[in-house]
Design a protein. Sequence first.
Length: 303
Amino acid sequence: MAEITQRDGSWSYEDGRIRIVPGAKVHPVRQVLGEVAVPLAAVAGITFERDRKGGRLRLRLRDGACPVVRAADGRLPEGADPYRLVVESGREDLAEYFVAEVRQALLLEQIPEGPVERFLLPGPALPVSGGGGDGTAAFDGREVRLTWNWKGKETKTSAGPTSLALADLTGVTWVPPQGLENGHLRFLTRSGGGKTVAPEHDPHALDLWGLSKKEHTAVLVAAAVLVALAARGEPERTPGVLDKAAEAPPELPLPPTPAPQAAPADDPDALLRRLRELGELHRDGVLTDEEFSLAKQAVLRRL
């Protein structure tokens, strides 16, 4: 088992899973999301970036593995990223050991870096709520409920809260506020809804103003809806596409990802073949000296 604990939270790796537990004083997105168990099959890579104050661990997931990453589409602020850990000065060696252990496991299990055909993480626990600006969105697995506050436009508040059944939803987009530009959390429906209406007037959308970090928790509602749509068999679309015209054709499904083939622990011949493969990868320059040494030692321990 490899483990590192910091004020920002703790990461541990054991039995094919990286367990991520957020610290007590982290971004609201990480607080609401809570503990995350990442299967090794969802990992594309891991790095440690040193700086003068210590550094940062970063876990890079395979495309399509995590609904939160899919909903955020690369737009989460640094502090809200659940797959980033601030490492304090003096703990750099421990962070590098953690990276080496995970990389070794990825090599031995031959995990591909390419995209996956389905979510490998469950997403936020239900019920989940979030948002800000002119209201709050909540999702319980069956319906989305949008509740307006006193700052909402009359076009929204006059009709009271909006309820949208999961069966009527076709997609969701989350765009965070940036600079002077407002963001939004918008739900797309089979009827088309108000996709051409500005979010501040659309009863199917929250208008996000960026006045509080808590507004970013709306991305977790978007992620939970994506999971529910995938479970229902709705074709997945990228967040960028979902914010455009509803008549845009859905993306084709990703091809099946072959299951990783690990060498059986009780088969010496298979382990010896793996040693030869590692040697060839090292000679060809695919593996560094350090990566080859770590992988070789792991195989030898299993003989």
